[in-house]
Design a protein around this ligand. Structure first.
Ligand code: 6R9
Length: 661
């Protein structure tokens, strides 16, 4: 991160604006501390009280936290509930049926509004349709869709009938999709004919068909297709394929929810880890929804007249917690946006905030950095050209936000009056973990500040011992929390090893990030991943995943992938490749590099495409044959190697790998 050096000495402090605090749900540090104290005094009792106050339980729970099979923790065990009921019926019963649930804006700018009553109706009809196709409790349903009301309806409908959904981001390739469908064992896939992005029609259904041909067809019985563009060329297999509107058409508007146990898996979401195979992160219904709801109230301070906009895609955890579930569970009004921040120009976000009077805006540092750059190039797209007065709160998620981007966001988007919540969390944590509370916490650019009440975050050394403030270490969570990952689908051993490793004592949740707490304020700053996971534009990518993909190419003998700091994307992917034939040079090298980049694009998806490829006769290795990734990282940054390379088997190779082709 280019701002890292400043970040560590950052001492600017921004107090919560008085006007904000006055009305905020949590309005002072005193109140924050009292909430934390409540958990210290009575951990189970406090969670139990919040769970009862927040969610509708069909059958009440007795046990709060069951640690008998730790680290496979269970929360609210005997309770039964339903996520869809909590996100629609309960809101309508509270008198908000006519309130707008979703304001959808298409890529081209068409706007559709839908009330809670209408959302409920569409969820119920589609849920009944799914049941009619034989989908029921415990079945897995894969979604491969773009941003749409239908995407949210599909997720909610699965939840309503107790089917476990697994959303695969629409940018993943047929092969990635196939792997996920097979791993999760989905019998049904929901997709769209095509998606619209930046004025272009891009395929979805055709990619689903390709994934089925690759092998998934042995398990998939139904493919349900939302007609988005109506393109004539989209393949359709009668019998197996159904239009989404036909599935819902003759169904009743009433649909009795499937009352599931609190621990019933609401969804599985695949994310990258440090081995080649993505991990299917399992989330449980009760605890997950509780935290999605509470963080809407605590972190976003959501009030009934707010217009909330989270710009994430439903293919990522942020889109699950802060589009599909959180905002609906509190009866909020939210924007769902199909398009790109740069289409038709880089003023799109600001224009939409002005037109829809957005009051809470939640986006990623990558988006901010690219819009800063765009507004430098084309001043017409600068936020100062738009009326952004409706904004009262800004948020950031996905990667560290560098202080320069923070200051720009604060000044130019927030008009120096909106707090910024820099929310640190992960696919595995289900919701926010370390974040400012906008009405209480004094802000420091680049710091996610303090853990939310109930979250026992800490920094330890390699043996699990606490580190004093001011010294960096490994970020852990010392006690379970309701929305935590429950398991890795099909791989409980990997779950234990990845998240509750024995060297830390087996009872600390390992986030996979390094962090440091400020000696004076005890604020947390995340210093980046400590494993082989990269963060490119806020998307998690495993280096091993890309390496296995590269070596699967028939010309590649060996590959090593590292990250390099990048001003725009946070990190950029650099791949070192040894070909089976001779090392290419000049134009041949450029051609090969392009071919390999396209290969990764096709095999995994555009987000995994290396920015740069370098060819060597070999890779720098120790005498025991281990690739020295540390050195490759130095070379990727364009720096000279100052470390001792005497343990290298082949030091001469470094010279070859210094430059991009
Ligand atoms: C929600 C989400 C998780 C990883 C996480 C960390 C990085 C996320 C951050 C942040 C610094 C923040 N990360 N938020 N780093 N400050 N506010 O992004 O989930 O895709 O699973 O990524 O992202 O490295 O471990 P996910």
């Amino acid at each position: 991160m280019s701002g890292m050096s400043q970040l560590l000495v950052e001492d600017r402090l921004f107090q919560a604006p008085k006007a904000f605090s006055k009305k905020a749900a949590i309005s002072s540090m005193k109140q924050y501390k009292a909430m934390c104290q409540a958990f210290e005094n009575d951990f189970d009792g406090t969670w139990a009280r919040l769970a009862k106050e927040t969610l509708y339980w069909k059958k009440p729970f007795k046990t709060v936290l069951d640690e008998s099979e730790a680290p496979f923790y269970k929360w609210f065990s005997e309770g039964t509930t339903n996520a869809s009921y909590n996100c629609t019926d309960r809101i309508i019963k509270a008198g908000l049926g006519e309130k707008t649930a979703i304001i959808f804006e298409s890529d081209a700018g068409d706007v559709t509004r839908i009330s809670y009553q209408e959302l409920h109706e569409r969820v119920c009809k589609f849920a009944n349709g799914l049941r009619a196709l034989g989908v029921g409790k415990g079945d897995r349903v894969v979604l491969y869709m773009a941003m749409s009301i239908e995407g949210v309806v599909a997720m909610q409908a699965c939840a309503r009938i107790g089917a476990t959904h697994s959303v695969v981001f629409g940018g993943f390739s047929a092969k990635s999709l196939e792997e996920r469908i097979v791993d999760v064992g989905a019998t049904t896939v929901i997709t769209a004919d095509e998606q619209m992005r930046g004025g272009k029609q891009l395929p979805l259904k055709a990619i689903v068909d390709e994934a089925l041909e690759l092998g998934a067809k042995s398990i998939v019985k139904n493919v349900i297709v939302y007609k988005r563009t109506g393109s004539e060329t989209v393949p359709f297999t009668p019998g197996r394929d159904h239009w989404m509107h036909d599935v819902s058409a003759k169904q009743s508007k009433k649909c009795e929810p499937e009352w599931v146990e609190a621990e019933h898996p609401l969804f599985v979401l695949y994310t990258s880890g440090s081995t080649g195979k993505p991990k299917g992160v399992v989330h449980a219904t009760g605890g997950y929804l509780l935290w999605a709801n509470l963080t809407m109230q605590w972190t976003f301070d959501l009030r009934q007249n707010d217009v909330f906009w989270c710009t994430a895609d439903i293919g990522w955890i942020t889109g699950h917690s802060y589009i599909a579930y959180g905002p609906l569970s509190v009866g909020g009004t939210q924007i769902v946006f199909e398009g790109l921040p740069t289409y038709p120009n880089a003023g799109r976000f600001w224009d939409m905030i002005e037109r829809h009077k957005v009051s809470i805006f939640y986006t990623a540092p990558t988006a901010i950095r690219s819009l800063i750059k765009a507004s430098d190039l084309n001043p017409d797209t600068h936020p100062k050209n738009y009326k952004l007065k409706s904004l009262r709160l800004l948020g950031s998620v996905g990667e560290p936000i560098n202080p320069e981007a923070w200051m720009w966001y604060h000044k130019n988007v927030g008009g120096e009056k909106c707090p910024i919540v820099d929310t640190f969390w992960q696919t595995e944590t289900g919701g926010h973990m370390i974040t400012p509370l906008p009405g209480a916490t004094p802000l420091v650019p680049g710091s996610c500040t303090l853990p939310l009440p109930g979250i026992m975050a800490a920094i330890v050394d390699e043996t699990g011992q606490d580190m004093p403030n001011g010294q960096g270490g490994i970020l852990v969570v010392k006690k379970p929390w309701p929305s935590m990952i429950r398991n890795i689908w099909n791989d409980p051993e990997r779950f234990k090893k990845s998240y509750f490793p024995a060297d830390l004592g087996g009872n600390l949740y390992l986030a996979g990030d390094g962090a440091i707490r400020n000696a004076k304020t005890a604020y947390f700053t995340i210093t980046g991943r400590i494993d082989d996971v990269l963060n490119v534009s806020g998307h998690r990518m495993g280096t091993m995943e890309i390496e296995s993909c590269l070596v699967a190419h028939s010309d590649v003998a060996e590959a090593a992938v590292v990250g390099r700091p990048d001003d725009l994307t946070g990190e950029a992917i650099v791949a070192y490749v040894v070909l089976k034939g001779a090392r290419p040079e000049g134009e041949a090298a450029q051609k090969k590099a392009l071919e390999l980049r396209n290969w990764v694009n096709k095999e995994i998806g555009p987000i995994a495409k290396p920015k740069e490829i370098r060819f060597g006769d070999n890779l720098p290795k120790t005498r025991s044959g281990k690739i020295m990734r540390r050195l490759l990282r130095v070379l990727a940054k364009g720096e000279d190697i100052t470390q001792d390379t005497s343990t290298l088997e082949n030091p001469g190779i470094l010279e070859q790998l210094k430059h991009a082709v």
